[in-house]
Design a binder for this molecule. Structure first.
Ligand SMILES: CC(C)(COP(=O)(O)OP(=O)(O)OC[C@H]1O[C@@H](n2cnc3c(N)ncnc32)[C@H](O)[C@@H]1OP(=O)(O)O)[C@@H](O)C(=O)NCCC(=O)NCCS
Length: 186
C-alpha cells in the first residue's frame, strides 16, 4: 500500500523516477550528508541496473517522496531490518531546490514512523547524523522526537578531514510521547 502523510505520499519507485534518484546520489553535498562509505559517480546505465536489482530485494524498503505541488522530490526508506529485535534504520534524501524547507522531510518522516511503529510493529529506529548536518539535527531532534545517544568521534572522512557522527534513535515510547506532544499543540 502507499503511505500517506499530511501532504506527502510515499510510493514505490517507478522507472520515471530514476533520473531524480540518480541526481540525489551524484550530488556531492547530499551524498556526504548521508554516506559513510565509498561513493562513485553513477551513470544512467548503472542506475537502470540498480533499479532491476532492487526491484527483487524485499529486505529493504525504498520509496519515492511525492507532493502534489512538486511531484517526485526525494527518497525515503528503511534498511538494516532486524525482525527479532524489531529495529531498522531509516534513509532520507530530498532533492535540492524548491521542495526544501517546506516541511516535506518532517511530513515524510512522520508518515514513515507511523508506518514503522504502527503497521510493521518496529520497536526502535536507529540513526546516524554527521555532526555538521544542522538541518538533520533540527529535523530529528527538535521536530521528530529522536534522542542523541552518543558520538562516534572522527568516524567518517570527507573534504580532507574526519567528522564526528551522532548516534541516535527513537523507541516506541518516545514516538507515543511525540504524538501526545503534537496533539496537545493542535
Ligand atoms: C535534512 C533534509 C531531509 C531536510 O529536509 P526539509 O524538507 O528541508 O526539512 P523540513 O522543511 O521538514 O525542516 C525540518 C527542520 O530542518 C530545518 N532545516 C532544513 N534545512 C535546513 C538548513 N539548510 N539549515 C538549517 N536548518 C534547516 C528546518 O528549519 C526545520 O527546523 P525548524 O523547524 O527548527 O526550523 C534535507 O535538507 C536533505 O535531504 N538533506 C540532505 C540529505 C540528508 O541530510 N538526509 C538525512 C540524513 S540523516
Amino acid at each position: 500500500m502507499i503511505i500517506k502523510g499530511k501532504f506527502v505520499t510515499l510510493r514505490a519507485i517507478e522507472e520515471r523516477d530514476l533520473e531524480m534518484l540518480r541526481e540525489l546520489i551524484n550530488d556531492p553535498e547530499i551524498e556526504q550528508a548521508v554516506s559513510t562509505g565509498m561513493s562513485f559517480p553513477v551513470s544512467s546505465y548503472q542506475q537502470s541496473l540498480w533499479f532491476e536489482q532492487v526491484s527483487r530485494d524485499h529486505d529493504t524498503l525504498r520509496l519515492v517522496i511525492e507532493t502534489e505541488e512538486d511531484g517526485a522530490v526525494g527518497f525515503i526508506g528503511i534498511k538494516d531490518i532486524n525482525w527479532k529485535n524489531r529495529t531498522c534504520f531509516p534513509m532520507l534524501k530530498l532533492s535540492k531546490g524548491k521542495a526544501r524547507r517546506k516541511g516535506v522531510a518532517t511530513d515524510a518522516m512522520m508518515a514513515l514512523m507511523q508506518y514503522a511503529f504502527m503497521e510493521l510493529g518496529f520497536h526502535r529506529l536507529d540513526g546516524a547524523i554527521v555532526a555538521d548536518n544542522v538541518a538533520s539535527q533540527r529535523l530529528f531532534f527538535e521536530r521528530l522526537g529522536w534522542k542523541k545517544e552518543g558520538v562516534r568521534r572522527e568516524a567518517i572522512f570527507y573534504g580532507g578531514v574526519y567528522h564526528d557522527v551522532i548516534q541516535c534513535g527513537i523507541v516506541a515510547s518516545d514516538y507515543r510521547e511525540l504524538l501526545e506532544r503534537l496533539e496537545r499543540k493542535e
